[in-house]
Write a protein that binds this ligand. Structure first.
Ligand code: CU
Length: 148
């Protein structure tokens, strides 16, 4: 009987350790949230037919919070892609190559996307672009540079 009680106590102590460990784990992940909220803000404006950005030079490995606003009168999209993409590339291939994309930004709407440029993109020329039919050709592209 005395032995059983001892087992119960150590079981409860074991549970306590697990609960404490779980709390410790969640506080670690909340500190990660804090670090990602220190991402640098990048304001991007879409209109007919151009793209402007408050930042055009990016460091690989850093996090950026793109805030994309459509100040135009028609829908636009936002993509970050290699600058040397083939003109004849299909929408599907483009989406696969895109580092980030926001499908549709309606007039007056603001959407956000978080991006970390991989080290493998260092030294490369990328571009911010809208690939809705005719928009890219009309000038909706903006060259950006990734380097440390
Ligand atoms: Cu567009």
């Amino acid at each position: 009987m005395k032995q059983q009680r001892h087992v119960l106590v150590s079981f409860l102590l074991g549970m306590l350790v697990i609960v404490l460990a779980a709390c410790g784990g969640s506080s670690t992940s909340s500190s990660q949230t804090t670090s990602s909220s220190s991402a640098q803000n990048v304001q991007v404006t879409l209109s007919e037919f151009q793209i402007t950005s408050t930042l055009r030079h990016f460091s690989p490995g850093s996090s950026y919070h793109f805030v994309v606003t459509n100040k135009g009168k028609t829908n636009h999209e936002f993509m970050i892609t290699p600058a040397d993409m083939m003109p004849g590339m299909s929408m599907d291939q483009m989406h696969k190559m895109a580092l980030a994309m926001i499908d549709t930004v309606a007039p007056g709407e603001t959407k956000t996307v978080d991006v970390i440029f991989p080290q493998s993109d260092a030294g490369k020329s990328l571009e911010l672009a809208c690939h809705l039919p005719g928009h890219y050709e009309a000038g909706m592209k903006l060259g950006i540079k990734v380097s440390s």
